[in-house]
Design a protein around this ligand. Structure first.
Ligand SMILES: [Zn+2]
Length: 350
């Protein structure tokens, strides 16, 4: 006679084993469970304009691209803004909000003083009361645009400060430069493709472009790259322009090697191989877990929207440990800041 095992008992013990296995897993810092995602991960409203903040007990940081090199990083109830160019040139794609709506921020970091990075720093600094961090040239330009002088925080190459729960490392970077003829070539493309600006549109664009500095020194003395470290050691590097690598960049790369996130400008050349040539070396220098592009959208009448695929394909081949994502304006990019998934996008909605 065959002795059949007691299947009911076996099933019970197997279930108990599964339960204990699950219990041990649930102790691990898993943040991918839908229930643990902050509300901000399903909202298209930037925290700076009144959207949900991330709770102080959440390890999720929410990144949002807000056009050009503007990003918002929301983490543990705080809001960090990179650049302040929101009321853009006429005929720009709508961002979905205006500078007058940006009322909350704990810290503002401006990469350099060209209008497409700094134009709204006056109104945004006044409305938020947040300190504005930048190079000496940036802070001088910000004051001219109405930033209350007491809110200016000037940083120099190699300096480190602590503000609003963040460690900020500054590196003197180099602004990108373009070959003669490129601006004229692009202007001709616009001329061939679309109607000319109306008088009103031209006036709006001129007014926006006037809210910035064109000092030649911005190229090699006024452009800062940022290293940002959260309270738990999570690291972000930010380049508002992609120029040739400087000594400051190399020093920053030693501090921020394998940064969790790198936000690097991808602009403005017309041919993909040139675009990749400018930006890829900076990503390669830091070998980040996640690359988020910036500055790749059109500046109406001058630059065109750039395709990201040539850069992404090179990353896939040559930096297989660097993930990437093509963000839409305001879409929440939710990144784990600790545990096994640190540096990974755990949720993204378009
Ligand atoms: Zn610039």
């Amino acid at each position: 006679m065959l002795h059949h095992p007691n299947w009911a008992l076996l099933a019970t013990s197997f279930a108990a084993f599964l339960l204990s296995a699950c219990a041990s897993v649930s102790n691990a810092p898993i943040v991918s469970a839908k229930t643990s995602l902050p509300e901000a991960c399903d909202s298209l409203v930037p925290a700076a304009t009144g959207g949900p903040l991330t709770p102080s007990d959440s390890d999720v940081a929410v990144f949002r691209w807000l056009g050009n090199a503007n990003y918002e990083i929301a983490y543990k109830g705080r809001i960090y803004l990179l650049d302040t160019y929101f009321d853009r040139k006429a005929r720009s794609r709508p961002l979905g909000f205006e500078a007058k709506d940006v009322k909350r921020a704990d810290l503002i970091l401006v990469g350099h003083a060209h209008f497409d990075h700094i134009s709204d720093v006056g109104i945004v600094s006044q409305q938020t009361g947040a300190p504005v961090v930048g190079s000496a040239l940036t802070i001088a330009a910000a004051q001219k645009l109405g930033m209350p002088p007491a809110q200016g925080v000037t940083m120099v190459d190699g300096q480190q400060i602590q503000r609003a729960g963040l460690t900020v490392d500054a590196a003197l970077a180099r602004h990108s430069t373009i070959q003669p003829g490129l601006i004229e070539a692009y202007a001709n493309v616009y001329k061939v493709e679309v109607r000319a600006d109306t008088e009103l549109e031209a006036a709006v664009t001129r007014a926006v472009m006037d809210k910035g500095s064109n000092a030649p020194a911005i190229i090699d003395q006024g452009t800062m790259a940022w290293g940002l470290t959260l309270d738990n050691g999570f690291k972000v590097v930010v380049f508002s322009s992609a120029g040739t690598i400087t000594e400051g960049d190399r020093r920053l790369a030693r501090l921020y090697q394998n940064a969790d996130v790198a936000i690097v400008a991808y602009q403005p050349h017309a041919v993909a191989s040139r675009q990749v040539e400018e930006t890829f070396p900076l990503i390669e220098l830091f070998q980040p877990k996640l690359f988020l592009p910036a500055h790749h959208d059109a500046s109406f009448g001058v630059w065109l929207d750039l395709g990201l695929e040539p850069l992404f394909e090179k990353l896939r081949t040559e930096l297989p440990n660097t993930a990437f994502l093509a963000p839409l304006y305001r879409s929440p990019i939710c990144v784990a800041t600790r545990g096994d998934q640190r540096g990974q996008v755990i949720h993204y909605r378009n």
